[in-house]
Design a protein around this ligand. Structure first.
Ligand code: HSE
Length: 450
């Protein structure tokens, strides 16, 4: 009897995906560890394709210690690895904008796929990097840039692509959520709990990036790109609550005057207590919505959240991201938003996606242009309820960054008491009514519906 014709050729193992890892910090070391110790699991998940760590780069030799790098090239400068034909993917976990940006751009231009967790880079240069990746026909993936471990960007670009996305809201910063949770539940002092967050590896190298809301704003910009198809100007997104008297309070040099302290730097025990009396919990919430006129309202603010809202019950370093769309309704993504090991899950997932040939995080979505400045608003004009709380507005640099020469007068988390809920009113109405009587008071929005 003649044998049946061979439908498949003999099995040939696919070529390995060769990875260069730049940056062996909190996340980078965990990614290296995963690649070095979970090879067979990753290979199975990559359709039988080996994902092989071939090179690592870090300026600090001590960071190579404790990892089995026998078969892995070590260099002090990632630039030496870019353009090398034996490297397929560059994983950028250096952080920061300038050096990392140069390396990512060079890697894309050289035809490498790139995986990055760098929200600051994407928020500032995402439109250019997207153009570059598309022009060179290579993949740029960045799941770890938002929500740490939480798979939210790929589902937003892929599984939810059939929807008209109306709004995105959530808790996007693990360290500040850890700080607020400890202040709320344990009565911990701001400075103490910031130090703990640093020890746990939740905070950025410059803690003010987290504490002043800049990290959450960067992540919101990345979500806006995938939800609404535009790259916003991240510096124009509000991250400081309005001050009641509207006077100049130059707490954040890069933010508008007339505001209170940015991010969580103005959250005091008195504010938390005032919220508690009203069955509210203070959370740093990020929000973006597309209006009927196509404009996008976006902000990251400390807000008073009703205690029954799931955002109020998102605690510690956990993040929660909710997407509201038609026809999906509301879906929520929850998980560990900071920390090396959890975040390495997202980076490794991106590497597997590249090994499987799945392309960039934006999947099949059209190229996103930069959002025109007049299309971005802060949505603060509408009447709403506010929690007012008096602040001294002084108090020195408590951003937790003593080594950085800082200098940001962040408003100081100084307690002077006070705290009351207003009726539904606009900022202008409240300023006219109360501004003179409550100099230094700050308006924290009460979260409603949305
Ligand atoms: N510093 C960030 C945070 C780390 O606290 O959320 C994860 O992006």
């Amino acid at each position: 009897m003649t044998p049946p014709p061979m439908l498949d050729g003999p099995h040939v193992a696919p070529a390995p995906l060769r990875v260069a890892l730049l940056g062996l910090g909190t996340v980078g070391r965990e990614v290296a560890r995963g690649l070095l110790t979970c090879g067979s699991r990753l290979e199975q998940a990559a359709n039988g394709r080996e994902v092989r760590l071939v090179a690592v780069a870090d300026r600090e030799p001590a960071r190579f210690e404790g990892l089995d790098l026998r078969d892995v090239e070590r260099v002090d400068d990632g630039a030496r690895l870019i353009g090398r034909p034996e490297i397929d993917v560059v994983v950028e976990l250096i952080g920061g904008v300038e050096t990392a940006g140069r390396l990512v751009a060079a890697a894309l231009e050289a035809g490498h796929a790139v995986v990055t967790a760098n929200k600051a880079l994407l928020a500032r240069h995402g439109a250019d990097l997207e153009r570059l990746a598309r022009a060179h026909g290579t993949a740029l993936r960045f799941e770890a840039a938002v929500g740490g471990a939480i798979p939210v960007l790929a589902p937003l670009a892929g599984d939810l692509a059939a929807n008209r996305i109306d709004a995105v809201r959530g808790i996007l910063n693990g360290s500040t959520n850890y700080v607020l949770t400890s202040m709320t539940e344990d009565g911990a002092a701001y400075e103490d709990v910031v130090a703990q967050a640093k020890t746990l590896g939740f905070l950025e190298a410059d803690p003010r990036v987290d504490l002043e809301g800049r990290d959450a704003v960067d992540k919101l910009a990345v979500l806006i790109r995938l939800a609404f198809g535009v790259w916003p100007d991240v510096t124009a997104i509000r991250r400081a609550p309005p001050a009641l008297d509207g006077r100049a309070q130059d707490h954040a040099k890069d933010h508008a005057k007339g505001d209170g302290p940015p991010g969580v730097t103005g959250v005091t025990a008195a504010l938390i207590e005032a919220a508690r009396r009203e069955n509210l919990v203070i959370k740093l919430v990020a929000y973006a919505a597309r209006g009927d006129d196509g404009r996008i309202a976006a902000w990251v603010l400390p807000v008073a959240v009703p205690a029954h809202d799931p955002l109020a019950r998102t605690d510690g370093p956990e993040n929660r991201i909710e997407i509201v769309g038609e026809p999906v309704g509301r879906v929520a993504f929850v998980g560990q938003g900071a920390g090396g090991a959890p975040t390495s899950s997202a980076v490794l997932g991106d590497l597997l996606a590249i090994a499987r040939g799945e392309g960039s995080t934006w999947a099949g979505l059209p190229q996103a242009p930069t959002l025109a400045p007049d299309r971005l608003v802060d949505g603060m004009d509408a009447p709403r309820r506010w929690l007012t709380c008096d602040q001294t507005g002084g108090g020195g640099d408590k951003g937790g960054n003593a080594d950085n020469g800082g200098g940001a007068d962040n408003g100081g988390n100084a307690d002077t008491g006070g705290g009351a809920i207003t009726d539904r009113a606009t900022i202008d109405e409240l300023r006219a009514r109360l501004g003179a009587a409550r100099p230094g008071a700050v308006l924290f929005p009460v979260l409603e519906g949305s």
